[in-house]
Unconditional design. Structure first.
Length: 347
């Protein structure tokens, strides 16, 4: 276990751990720390507490010193200058005719660098824009392209629930969300109802997913054959949250009755293929009876089989009086330099 404090540099931003280094630091204080971007001033969102070593990104940096009044005034001045830099950058973007949307501007604490966050559909050649901004602000310029989720996190707003965005309030990291969660929760698959302002699936779909997975595991599915206090029947409708089941009994299939999942016992679980046929009722199919094997017929004992003899080419009889067949091989004449034999002229 390690003693750390949680520091946040932006409202709704991620919390980073630092070593208090024996300083008397409490929640809501401001501290000066060294980060990968340089010296920064942040607010202590979590007071001194202990966390496991596995939750710490090493090396754990130590707090430089508590922030004084001059540091706080400097930080507030940077926030005011960021709004002015935003207007200047938007003007330069329109001048260069770039297809990009400026989202936010951030000064480092020591004003050694300005970060411009923007969104775009594809890659943007902003080299001329960087040179223009560097000539205006006389400092290092960094343009960083972000996604639509980060855009909603920075801008903020109200969701369809009427509450401020979760990502801009308390979510420090974006958690994966899939369409499977909406299916398991019985939600409409209409994109306008399950998507947030960013156009992606709503992050709140992941909040209740563990509860749905647990309740689905203990609730009989549709087409399950169950035993109820009134007899056996087939499940035709399920409410996972309340645990109520509509069962079509074998003795009265036209009048389904409602039972709680604790009042029934599963005799045959629903198959994945059968669960699609909602409302299917009736008794389970009769068990398959073992077929009697046909009586064996007496037959002669098998005789050993001899291996087949290897195939041989039939020998063709020689005909001495027949003319020899012409060879398909091309005949060559005698090589140069060879003398004719038996006094024959060279051909």
């Amino acid at each position: 276990m390690a003693n750390v404090i949680g520091v946040r540099f932006k409202a709704g931003g991620k919390v980073y751990y630092f070593d208090p280094g024996g300083l008397d630091i409490q929640k809501d204080d401001y501290v000066i720390v060294e980060t990968s971007r340089g010296t920064e001033c942040g607010e202590v969102s979590q007071g001194p507490h202990e966390v496991p070593e596995s939750n710490i990104v090493k090396p754990l940096k130590e707090v430089t010193r508590p922030a004084d009044d001059a540091d706080i005034r400097r930080m507030k001045q940077n926030r005011e200058d960021e709004s002015k830099a935003f207007d200047v950058c938007e003007e330069r973007i329109a001048k260069h005719g770039l297809e990009m949307k400026l989202i936010d501007v951030e000064y480092t604490f020591d004003r050694s660098k300005i970060l411009f966050y923007f969104t775009a559909d594809g890659r943007v050649d902003f080299r001329d824009l960087v040179k223009d901004l560097a000539g205006v602000f006389r400092t290092r310029i960094e343009l960083r392209q972000i996604g639509v989720r980060d855009e909603s996190k920075m801008l903020g707003g109200l969701g369809i629930c009427g509450q401020p965005f979760c990502c801009s309030r308390f979510l420090t990291d974006f958690q994966p969300v899939s369409i499977k969660m909406a299916k398991e929760q019985g939600l409409s698959l209409n994109p306008t109802k399950i998507s947030g302002a960013c156009g992606r699936l709503m992050c709140c779909l992941a909040y209740e997913q563990p509860a749905y997975e647990f309740l689905t595991g203990i609730t009989p599915g549709v087409t399950s054959y169950v035993h109820t206090p009134d007899g056996d029947g087939t499940v035709c409708e399920v409410n996972v949250i309340s645990g109520n089941l509509r069962v079509r009994l074998d003795k009265s299939p036209d009048l389904p009755k409602t039972y709680h999942r604790d009042q029934v016992a599963v005799l045959r679980a629903a198959t994945k293929k059968g669960s699609r046929r909602k409302g299917a009722g009736g008794a389970p199919p009769p068990p398959k009876t073992a077929e009697k094997p046909a009586p064996a017929q007496e037959s002669a004992p098998p005789q050993p089989q001899t291996p087949p003899a290897p195939r041989q080419r039939a020998a063709q009889p020689k005909d001495d009086g027949a003319a020899p067949k012409p060879s398909k091989r091309r005949r060559r004449g005698p090589r140069r330099g060879n003398k004719p034999q038996n006094g024959q002229p060279q051909g």
